[in-house]
Design a protein around this ligand. Structure first.
Ligand code: SF4
Length: 331
């Protein structure tokens, strides 16, 4: 049987979730296997709502059969489960028919998300599937692996994670990941390259290493960290995005405005730190002036008291841009 010992194979491969959280996949699968319930759910998360992250769309377009193979392996491993492919609206519109053809008689439903970026948060995703309505984050714990859709154990992995799981089961996994390269790149797109390559090596290999002075945003196109060219010896984190910026041509205030607009548009207004905090940051950006003490306090509150990861992720890009790039931006 081809999927025998798949959890052991996942452990040997050291595969980590490709949605951004980087959690070891074998550990998630083992916890799900240990959850005591006759009925369980499996979800391939294709919400992919962060700017400049393109890899799940790339898999849906070019390798949907590998995603279905990954889900088949999960269904085969966790017998009696039901699965969903959870997609953002445009992906649903483009790929539903193609996926359903590949799915055939398998117990897999292609589901269209109701919200935006936040729909990809695990508890929101469970709630949306459960109620077929837009939702807000639920309290954790319990985590979805214990009590997700309809209060039953729910295994949620990113679309790329299922894609790599299929490769692991087939003995074809080469320790690669999908990188989305955008911004001032010569060759924008999605590239599958080794997980342990440094950013600099990825940019060189894809002929995207700029001749001009540059910096990159790594991980995601809103929540990702800002790194100078001299820091590109690091590996790529988060969802695998690399956005290239021209250091002399980028207005840091304008860039921060795009981020805060994104966070304000995508937050759900459930909790005060994120709702009010993002608004206060916007006010300062509009004035093109930061009150350092006030900003530090806001970041502290966002990181420590936001209800979900969206609010907690806001400070990182701002902090790094303010420290490394803002001093070079004209007011
Ligand atoms: S942190 Fe933001 S997105 Fe998350 S629950 Fe609070 S308001 Fe909603």
């Amino acid at each position: 049987m081809k999927n025998k010992n798949i959890i052991a194979k996942l452990k040997i491969s050291n595969l980590r979730g490709r949605g951004g959280a980087n959690f070891p996949t074998h550990a998630k699968w083992q916890m799900f296997a240990d959850a005591n319930s006759k009925k369980k759910y499996i979800v391939a998360n294709g919400s992919e709502g962060e700017p400049n992250v393109l890899k799940d769309g790339y898999i849906l377009k070019n390798h949907p059969e590998v995603l279905i193979e990954g889900l088949k392996i999960a269904l085969d491993t966790f017998k009696g489960s039901e699965a969903f492919i959870f997609l953002r609206r445009d992906y649903f519109k483009k790929y539903k028919k193609k996926l359903e053809k590949l799915i055939g008689d398998l117990p897999i439903t292609v589901f269209r998300e109701h919200g935006g970026y936040l729909s990809g948060e695990e508890t929101v995703l469970c709630e949306e599937i459960e109620k077929n309505l837009p939702a807000r984050p639920r309290t954790k714990p319990p985590f979805p692996g214990q009590a997700g859709i309809n209060g039953l154990p729910t295994l949620i992995n990113n679309i790329e994670t299922f894609y790599q799981i299929a490769k692991i089961a087939q003995g074809k996994y080469k320790k690669t990941r999908l990188y989305s390269i955008t911004g001032k790149a010569s060759y924008k797109g999605v590239f599958e390259l080794p997980v342990d390559w440094a950013i600099k090596k990825i940019l060189t290999k894809t002929k995207n290493k700029p001749e001009f002075k540059y910096f990159v945003q790594v991980g995601g196109g809103a929540s990702g960290d800002i790194l100078l060219a001299s820091e590109t010896t690091q590996k790529v984190s988060g969802s695998g995005a690399i956005v290239i910026y021209d250091r002399d041509q980028t207005d840091a205030w304008v860039l921060m405005r795009t981020w805060i607009d994104f966070f304000m548009q995508e937050n759900c207004d459930k909790c005060t730190p994120c709702r009010e905090g993002s608004y206060r940051i916007l006010e300062m950006i509009k004035d093109r002036q930061f009150d350092e003490k006030r900003l530090d306090d806001l970041f502290f509150v966002l990181e420590n008291t936001s209800y979900c990861a969206l609010g907690r992720s806001i400070p990182l890009p701002f902090r790094s841009l303010i420290k490394k790039i803002l001093p070079h931006t004209r007011n």
